[in-house]
Design a protein around this ligand. Sequence first.
Ligand code: PEP
Ligand code: MN
Length: 369
Amino acid sequence: MSFEELRSVVEVPEAGDAPLIMAGPCSAETEEQTLATARQLAAGGLKVFRAGIWKPRTKPGGFEGVGKEGLAWLKRVKEETGMLVATEVAMRSHVEQALEAGIDILWVGARTTANPFAVQEVADTLKDMGATDIAVLVKNPVNPDLELWIGALERLYNVGVRRLGAIHRGFSYYGSGFYRNLPQWHIPIELHRRIPQLPILIDPSHMGGKRELIGPISQQALDMKFSGLMIESHCSPDEACSDRSQQVSPEALRIILSSLVVRNEHRDTENLQNLRQQIDSIDTELLELYGKRMEISREIGKYKKEHSMPVVQESRYDDLIKSRVAAAVRMGMSADFMKTVLQAIHEESVRQQIEILNRQEPDMDGHLV
Ligand code: PEP
Ligand code: MN
């Protein structure tokens, strides 16, 4: 299948080639939470809002979403902030209600993509309603099966959906580990090779499962030239009804996004990983060297204590700074950078020497002096 007629998922005219960023809570929980989150995200410049209304849960009894009621809140988000709104659909009634409410973008969740009957039902509903012009994003199936993922895209394409995209959120596995869902980057990379014109967004929230991983995974996604990000953001993440540990406040998200670098040059993943490994091992060496340096500092501290010398000797410090800064500049680093580094090292050295100076040591008779 060629997917020749694919059109862009979202037109954000001022965005140019910038990555598409969708953000919003895992679930719409209350009208206040939905609107407060959306207002803050819109104020941060985001244009596409996501929120789950129907939540597929692993086991019964969890928070299964607010259902239809939440669609009215998304409608308000759209009217008040001008953002496009997106929600997850898994069956005919979801699609009908979402379309009635004027939702702009639908997404098919990972558990649904794994079920061809459900995907076909979503596709058929769009066809029956004459609504194939809507944008649909298809998350990868929970299991690492590229054909199943492409199959879901085909089912939608076959009924006439042309504004199609994919979302890579990682693949589930038995047990627990660093990632909530494994990236297995070769799979979305192969999807891109097979359907180059299909936009692929990365969902660092479900992939990492924890807040700290949103920034690093997002940067990795941009470095690998994926088309955008879908990130979970909640106005009070610690109180969220679902996926609490992986949601960030709109303000935290703004900081994460502003720290991301969109690089223009092409780098392949293997090369990038190789370079990162080199950085890691240099950092380890640096740490070891700092440790050794501090050890010597402590020796000097003991010497100074025994000879009743002051900890800081101005002239020695000035000479040290001058010679090191000059060397750093010769190596292409800025003088300011080297001064800052040396100052921080010096401060830690002094702190360690003062500790030694103040340490009470037992005398020959075992008394603390
Ligand atoms: C979601 O986006 O909130 C969600 C349920 O994701 P997934 O289908 O990737 O688990
Ligand atoms: Mn979620």
